[in-house]
Design a protein around this ligand. Structure first.
Ligand code: GLA
Length: 430
């Protein structure tokens, strides 16, 4: 009997502290301590990038029309503020050493120059990004920055650039020692710092050399965790032994959450929402509406940068609704900057439950069905989240609806369609 009283008391204290802790003692965001940290990207960068849909088939009209559409459609106001040129803006193909002088934009694709585009982007409340690589040539064979880091950084700064994707293009090989690759990105961080212009640094290295372990130290704000994404949700194996589809990328990120946070993010690659198998660049047959929504939801959960990769001028209403879900974006942009962790899985029916801690103490949860049959999933704060919350409420982020109040004897249970992710917010109640 005495034992029982002690147990109940301890139980009551646990309940009190768990509920109280959620409100008052939540961990604070921690920024990188490296002297090369530029103070930027305190939440995962959001915007648009030209590569996934267009490859190097880009030009001034496309970028202006994209900016106008992102303005008109509400994408900018929802947080998608970066407009980033990927590879193919440069004037020349071939080795940089064949061309003396400063790096130039292709005068046919961009007759008014890059400064004109960045001014236009800024005038409409956007930020502007550019791409290049550290070698003689970029991935698509355009002139790289080898031997010209400082000069190119100064050129981009003079053009009003706010974001640089600096892409090694796996060029030093999968076995390149981390120290060699670190040096490359450290040198570009220093070159960017020397311009005195705040420029986000994306250190793109195919997700090799354990880049997540050292990239923040050398001043990078985000880094790819895997090779390129194709327009596939779950292609058997890796397409061409290279590409990481949506589920591959999520698998790749498991265990890497701790390397991500405000100012320094694991990058799961640009979004494929809305490509519908029609990209002129990416392989893949496209995904269903539900799969694209799941992909977007999970990228928000794992705190990846969110760069739309499709043609925003032709996005359909379902995809627009996906990208404009403010509750979902609030999960991505939460100032605590935690990436979701896998906390439970059931390989038998291919379901997974992820939890992302949030600054207001109401975690976000993803119930992901990777399988091809509808799955019934439940959430238990104690079993799944290690939280002793006898009573809690649940909100469905895609339905925009409270689902009710739940407890030990009446846990939240829901059917999850094949390849769907239910995204929930769970809030303890006294
Ligand atoms: C690599 C990158 C892509 C894209 C292309 C451009 O493949 O991983 O995201 O930037 O280069 O050539």
């Amino acid at each position: 009997m005495k034992f029982r009283v002690v147990f109940l008391t301890a139980h009551a204290v646990a309940v009190f502290t768990a509920v109280g802790a959620a409100v008052t003692h939540w961990p604070q965001p921690s920024l990188p301590t490296s002297p090369l940290y530029n103070g930027l990207a305190k939440t995962p960068p959001m915007g648009w990038s030209s590569w996934n849909q267009f490859g190097d088939l880009i030009n001034e009209t496309l970028i202006i029309e994209t900016i106008d559409m992102m303005d008109k459609s509400g994408l900018r106001d929802a947080g998608f503020v970066f407009v980033n040129l990927d590879d193919g803006w440069q004037r020349y193909k071939g080795n940089r050493s064949y061309h003396n002088g400063p790096i130039e934009a292709d005068p046919v694709k961009f007759p008014k120059g890059i400064r004109y585009l960045s001014d236009y982007a800024h005038s409409k409340g956007f930020r502007f990004g550019i791409y290049n690589g550290p070698g003689q040539q970029t991935c698509a064979g355009y002139t790289g920055s080898e031997g010209h880091f400082e000069e190119d950084a100064a050129t981009w700064a003079s053009w009003g650039v706010d974001h640089l994707k600096f892409d090694s293009c796996c060029s030093e090989g999968i076995t390149a020692p981390a120290s060699r690759v670190e040096e490359i990105f450290r040198n570009m961080s220093k070159a960017l710092q020397a311009t005195k212009r705040p420029i986000i640094h994306h250190a793109c290295h195919c997700g090799w050399a354990n880049v997540w372990k050292w990239a923040a130290k050398v001043g990078a704000n985000h880094w790819r965790i895997g090779q390129d994404i194709p327009d596939d949700f779950n292609y058997p194996g890796h397409r061409d032994n290279y590409y990481f589809d949506v589920l591959d990328m999520l698998d790749r990120g498991k265990g890497l959450e701790k390397y991500s946070g405000p100012g320094h993010w694991n990058d799961y690659d640009m979004l494929i929402v809305g490509l519908n198998g029609k990209s002129s660049q990416l392989y893949g047959t496209g995904c269903s509406n539900i799969e694209y929504r799941t992909h977007f939801s999970m990228w928000c959960m794992v705190a990846s940068p969110l760069l739309i990769g499709s043609d925003v001028r032709t996005l359909g209403p379902y995809d627009m609704e996906t990208l404009l879900n403010k509750e979902m974006i609030a999960i991505s942009q939460d100032p605590l900057g935690k990436a979701a962790e896998l906390v439970r899985d059931d390989p038998r029916i291919q379901t997974e439950l992820y939890m992302k801690e949030m600054s207001d103490g109401s975690p976000a949860i993803a119930l992901l069905n990777r399988g091809t049959f509808t799955a019934t999933m439940t959430v238990s704060p104690f079993r799944d989240l290690g939280k002793w919350w006898p009573k809690y409420k649940i909100r469905d982020v895609w339905k925009h609806e409270e689902q009710g109040v739940f407890n030990f004897t009446n846990p939240y249970t829901v059917e999850v369609a094949p390849h769907e992710a239910k995204i929930l917010r769970i809030t303890p109640m006294r």
